[in-house]
Design a protein around this ligand. Sequence first.
Ligand code: CAA
Length: 261
Amino acid sequence: EKQYEFILTSRPADGVGLITLNRPKALNALSTPLFTELNDAVKAFDDDDGVRAVVLTGSERAFAAGADIKEMKDKQFAEVFKGKFLESWSLLTTVRKPIIAAVSGYALGGGCELALMCDIILASPTAVFGQPEISIGVIPGGGGTQRLAHAIGKSRTMELVLTGRNFSAQEAAEWGVVSRVVGEGEGVVLKEAIELAQVIASKSAIAVQAGKEAVNAAYEHTLNEGLRYERRVFHSLFATKDQKEGMAAFAEKRKPTWSHS
Ligand code: CAA
């Protein structure tokens, strides 16, 4: 694996790529150099046929405590506008392979937004989410106002964004921000995220990627457009080897062998 300064990458299981944010002294604050590495690693896994699902995690104490405030504090409008500050963060949302966030500890500001950019979020009971930007004189800039509003509705999003209060793993699960809260214990959320990634990696990669694309259409299209889009993508899978193999294997009462194509 390539060596990075602020992240670690590995392959904990067949078909699974793991990215660990590794800037412990700053609680994984998302500096520009860290995000450049993260984007590089995400792209490398997306381009790698040996990887079919990606897990993104931080430490026990912090998934990520937000954008790097010390890096941002002296920036001027012209600089952030012309430099498209934070625009590169959205690379994560353009990849085809599913990304699972395993969140332990603080997921604040940009850290919460980073988790929201992933396809599935699993939370440790210790996870603390929030958009505290209002308390430092700004608002979320990495998608928090939009993705939270889609996920949990206007009133809750307004309350969180305008007060900056944190919310717990339990609240995140009740509201549907995370798919579930795992059991207590060090490393449990990462272990479960890797298991989940393994299940996804055991399916046909082309079908998984089509499924991700179709679910995402629900957030971009009207219902009718989304339904038509889903049907078209569904139809297109009849051009794949894995559709033939999957259905033949069912009829022959055997396990499918995917070619992922
Ligand atoms: N940026 C830069 N450094 C950060 C940081 C951040 N977002 N969060 C934590 N750190 C640093 C601290 O400055 C501290 O460094 P030093 O040891 O050099 O002083 C180190 O990480 C450890 O942090 P604390 O001593 O503060 O740890 P704590 O346990 O007392 O508190 C915390 C933890 C509540 C998460 C607190 O660190 C905190 O409030 N962090 C900032 C959270 C925040 O406001 N995030 C939003 C950022 S803005 C944003 O993200 C914009 C956007 O939409 C993209």
